[in-house]
Design a protein around this ligand. Sequence first.
Ligand code: ADP
Ligand code: MG
Length: 354
Amino acid sequence: MENIRVLVRVRPLNYRETHLGANSCVTTTNTSVILDNKKEYNYDHVLGIDSTQEQVFNKIGMSTLESFLNGLNCCIFAYGQTGAGKTYTMQGKGIDDLSNDDIHLGLQPRLIQKLFSQLPKDNTWSLKCTYLEIYNEQLIDLLNDSKPLPLTIREESKKVYVENLTEIPVTSYNDVLSLLQRGINNRHVSATQMNLESSRSHSIFTIQFEQRTKEMYTRRSKLNFVDLAGSERQKLTAATGERLKEAANINKSLTVLGLVINSLAENPKRFIPYRDSKLTFLLRESLGGNSKTFMIATISEASSSFQETLGTLKFASRAKNIKNQAIINEEVKGNLESLKAEIKRLKNELQQQT
Ligand code: ADP
Ligand code: MG
């Protein structure tokens, strides 16, 4: 069993915050955040206002990649109020115009770049990607360029999946980058068509890895990058009827994520309401299940964001208590004959040794 690991990253004051007279209310050490020089919160890693994208990768990316290549499911969530740096940390800036030494490159492209440099040079592996968005409890396929239909979640022999979700095989870093770009474009299109605000949607980018280790063994692992909707409280003023329903639904996945995290942190044996939202149903394994999971909590150092920052830090503290158990997803394939042959071969080997 291993706890969900939490990294907090602080974003420096931006022009607007400075202009409006905000000052910093956050100080940090390598493992703690101190708010208003008073209360201290502890995490696995804390990166202050001067931190680089490379540091984020070194703290989280390397170990995630290693586990993923070894056949473990992995998940990285980004949580925080809108504008705190979730997308910057996960994807980076200017993802459509990437050069290899771009200092703004986020965790996701860095990890994928490294992944391709570490894959064996033979043909024993395959990778495929999916990219989806959850808005107002509807699932949108970001890799389907035609008019997106809302998708349905299915469950079959305890496996949860999205029906008809586009899966695209990839063989290079550039393949993945162009998929990310495609997803980002489609996200903008759906945002305009449906009159939605992207800060209120969750996006999930998944890479699935399949590797034949020995003749008959197949390892399968999944890596989810989850960029959550802004955690700030929604104003429900002036909303009535359908609008009100929509407003209540919009953050349902985020609300239920909070409930699931609370329940798991308090007592994982009791009933956990995974099915109450699309996000938690889909990512059930990443929360209290078979996965190695990281949560990145992003905050602004601005005094004007004090309340939201406090909320994010408390959320991150609870997430830290969740225990997951990642196991190597290995499967023996092949027919009975080849299994018998393998047993015979191993027996011979043993005899020769003794
Ligand atoms: P979110 O996805 O949480 O809404 P963004 O990642 O889009 O927020 O960040 C908002 C703005 O702040 C962007 O212009 C981004 O480039 C900038 N930003 C975010 N994090 C940092 C950081 N750690 N250092 C410098 N600029 C940042
Ligand atoms: Mg964002």
